[in-house]
Design a protein around this ligand. Structure first.
Ligand SMILES: [Zn+2]
Length: 322
């Protein structure tokens, strides 16, 4: 399809949803069109369902951490202008569920940008305690946490990256490091969490993936991949590269060495931060996350009072993107 034909489809979709009175950039409409192979009716249908979901769950009012509101971050961040380098810590206001989920996670960080200016999310998937995650956490809690992270990513970090790159950035590059993975992680209840997250992203945050690298994949991963692949859109599958131990060249082609952690073949070690580039509760390189009474037992990412403040305060809600 030519750029002119694509522009015509975007215009057509914009006209079809004009009665919604939403001000959205062309790039946002384009995400839905690409996800639905440029079928305007299908893209409109997905867009309407997304708005329905956001309204029903009041996602527009979800609080997001910024440098101004000093709300604690939901995961580690490194290398952005508008938010200082931070770790997830057991600060008041973070829900107990988020702290509990992270106790069993191998480590995650939104770590700097790739050569295209997209933020890079790194997860040490191989160190996840899959069985404990499935046993001690609920899918609603994982979903609530994921939505909180997504809103922060799209409303705060993508804006930051867009300013730095001088163009509209709406996609994230993801690295899943499988180092440490074993047969124990072939655990169906834990894989169902991946399914719930992938389902949420594909329906409500379509085409927000730039590149996806699954590195250090052990041979056993073939079996996991067969299961997971069935849950993904063809567009998502096309962006995923599964690489064994020979991954450095592919990562360095996408990410400059100073932005890539040393343990992934780059030069960065973030030695100014507890936990370095990717703090991990399982590897115990960062402060333990022990919940107190100031961490409420709710399925949302933040305590109820902070979730409610999003409805009344522009500062805590952060800039809307649609
Ligand atoms: Zn680093």
């Amino acid at each position: 399809m030519t750029p002119e034909e694509q522009a015509a489809k975007i215009k057509q979709l914009r006209e079809e949803i004009s009665n919604l009175n939403k001000s959205v950039p062309d790039q946002y409409l384009e995400q839905f069109l690409i996800a639905r192979s440029w079928n305007v009716a299908a893209a409109k249908d997905q867009l309407l369902k997304m708005y329905e979901w956001r309204d029903k769950n009041q996602i527009d009012y979800h609080p997001v951490a910024t440098d101004e509101n000093k709300l604690p971050v939901l995961y580690a961040v490194r290398g952005f202008h508008s938010i200082p380098d931070s770790n997830l810590e057991a600060q008041p206001g973070i829900s107990e569920a988020v702290l509990r989920i992270n106790k069993y996670m191998g480590g995650a960080c939104l770590h700097k940008t790739d050569r295209e200016g997209c933020p890079v999310y790194i997860e040490r998937l191989g160190y996840h305690k899959a069985k404990e995650l499935a046993k001690y956490t609920k899918v609603e809690e994982v979903q609530g946490y994921h939505i909180g992270c997504n809103e922060f990513l799209h409303r705060v970090v993508m804006k930051d990256c867009s300013i730095a790159a001088g163009r509209h950035i709406n996609r994230e590059t993801v690295i899943f490091d499988c180092t440490g993975m074993n047969w124990g992680q072939l655990h169906m209840p834990a894989l169902n969490f991946i399914r719930a997250i992938a389902d949420c992203d594909q329906k409500y945050y379509p085409e927000t993936l730039n590149k996806f690298f699954l590195v250090n994949a052990p041979s056993a991963f073939v079996y996991v991949w067969k299961i997971v692949k069935a849950w993904l859109d063809p567009g998502t599958i096309a962006k995923i590269q599964i690489i064994g131990s020979d991954y450095k060249k592919a990562l360095l082609e996408q990410i400059a060495p100073e932005n890539l952690p040393k343990f992934l073949g780059g030069e960065c070690d973030c030695d100014h931060m507890d936990g370095g580039c990717v703090p991990s509760q399982v590897l115990k390189n960062a402060k333990p996350l022990n919940a107190t009474d100031a961490n409420q037992k709710v399925a949302t990412a933040y305590n109820d009072d902070i979730m409610k403040q999003g409805k009344t305060s522009d500062t805590i809600r952060g800039p809307a993107f649609h």
